[in-house]
Write a protein that binds this ligand. Sequence first.
Ligand code: COA
Ligand code: AMP
Length: 634
Amino acid sequence: MSIYRAIWRRSLDDPESFWAEAAELVAWERRFDRVLDESRPPFYRWFPGGLLNTCWNAVDRHVAAGRASQPALIHDSPVTGTIRTLTYAELQDRVARFAGAMVRLGVRKGDRVVVYMPMVPEAVIAMLACARIGAVHSVVFGGFASHELAKRVDDAKPVLIVSASCGIEPGRIVAYKPLLDAALAQSAHAPRHCVILQRPQLRAELVPGRDLDWEEAMAAAHPVDCVPVEATDPLYILYTSGTTGQPKGIVRDNGGHAVALAWSMRNVYGVQPGEVYWAASDVGWVVGHSYIVYGPLLNGNTTIVYEGKPVGTPDPGAFWRVISQHDVRVLFTAPTAFRAIKKEDPEGTYIKKYDLSRFRALFLAGERCDPDTLLWAEAQLGVPVIDHWWQTETGWAICANPLGIEKLPVKPGSPTLPMPGYDVRVLDEEGHEVPPGKLGAICIKLPLPPSCLPTLWNADERFVQSYLSRYPGYYLTGDAGFKDEDGYLFIMSRIDDVINVAGHRLSTGAMEEVLASHKDVAECAVIGVADELKGELPLGLVVLKAGVERPHAEIERDLVQKVRDEIGPVAAFKLVTVVKRLPKTRSGKILRGTMKKIADGQPWTMPATIDDPAILGEIAEALGRLGYPRRSAS
Ligand code: COA
Ligand code: AMP
């Protein structure tokens, strides 16, 4: 049996001893009473009775252990032309000071703090400062617009919001503060204060009495110490897209999270303390939470906070420049970033310009990794390229190739095998396991391992209904796929209305809500269509109300702008067309799956339950107007 298999087997046969041993990677203020509390299924809690502080483990502990002068964080920002390094001692000082500033503003243990910031060190400082005082952060990705921000503010009810005057996208400055102000004008809940980082590229107007300047708040603050919290206390809430327009508030605990992440840094990524690790993502996504902030810092690594893109800042050599300049050993990003690089530099000319001899491995996740991209990256870089699969809900890899243990054979198209604690099963409609090669719903047998969501924020019932009720005793991942005869998992599609655009998880349901609220729209459907660069793109089909006479092109322009204004540019919603009617089953269910197959140029059959088959001809014609199916997809 391989070493990996023995470890994985042990994690399922004897989870108590497996995770107790992993918990030694973390410094506890008081050791836990039990490893796993199974007394209230389907709710499970890891390390009850344990006391710890995640910020202590990520920052102070390393200063005390001799890493004070090691860089903890390198902010590499090609969009501003700056590079800034913070050592562990400097990070500790900034975090303790910002924690003091928050305490001064009345933030207490258990209070929520929303962080809406671009990729600047202050975003990381704010997150760690929350962890330091036991406040619960909820980071909202900067590419979301006011309406999405407002929804999260109303659900999390923060006492404080930390934001910045602006973010910088290639070619434009994104004014964050007006987006924040508009969100607070819409939300029912109002935070007591906002702390705003004024960036030199664009200064923001502050609201007297409510808003404070970051630098002034820091200058007036006294550093505060770490507050021990229960292992089961929430560290953060991260909202993610589900089937409806109301995002799900994924809760992360302190203890299980710290243990699983510390374990993953050594065993999945094979990174030793002191090395430089880079996750080219954004702190607004789970990849950023786990592998820009907590994972590398818990493990005593130097983390890179990159404010740029894989291409265009300034060229497709940007990633190679960062890797060689900062001695990055392991890079983690989404396949879409590599598709973008490959498109602009297919021969890898830029790769040859940099010394990448110390670079060890590339990890890809966030969306399906097409074999072409994986093989291209492998050939260009000459290092292992590892596809791994996980979700906001889990916080770390469900399936991976654990380079820190042993490199298992790579099968392009598969994220390999389950990580410890994950008992992954592929189930049919009735809940029976399907044989190898057969497609089914991918589920995980309960209990989920440490770091996975214990519940949804203030929504136990929604947690059970969304994830645990379809197959009692199992967690429903929402992904469909199959296992091969060696147990390798292949993720093929989602079983819900979630789509994946450039590695960003988005809800077509949320976009439909926006389109449906337009005064001229009677009904609509949004589907995800295949895209060579971004993996998927949303495409809207709308039916107008009777009597609407405005030109269709004008309404379509309105709708694109409306999604951009309400969800945000990250939705990349640019494809929409007016149709006379939508295809439905006799019971009135819109046939989104069939429309998607037509758009992707895949074989499809006429659904037996269709109300009126002629409508699909009209839909094919409408999709043709938008250029679908694309020639390469047909
Ligand atoms: N704040 C404001 N706007 C943002 C933003 C932010 N933090 N992040 C993205 N946007 C905007 C972009 O400017 C773009 O706007 P546009 O429509 O005016 O061009 C839109 O949102 C879509 O952004 P994006 O999906 O990033 O597309 P892109 O065309 O700018 O870049 C890639 C394409 C492939 C280069 C880019 O998606 C990428 O680098 N992906 C890496 C993958 C990644 O980070 N995944 C996260 C999970 S691991
Ligand atoms: P998020 O919660 O934003 O991380 O998105 C999680 C979803 O992205 C998963 O449920 C999958 O649908 C998809 N995903 C993530 N990683 C992979 C992968 N390696 N292969 C296929 N799909 C993936």
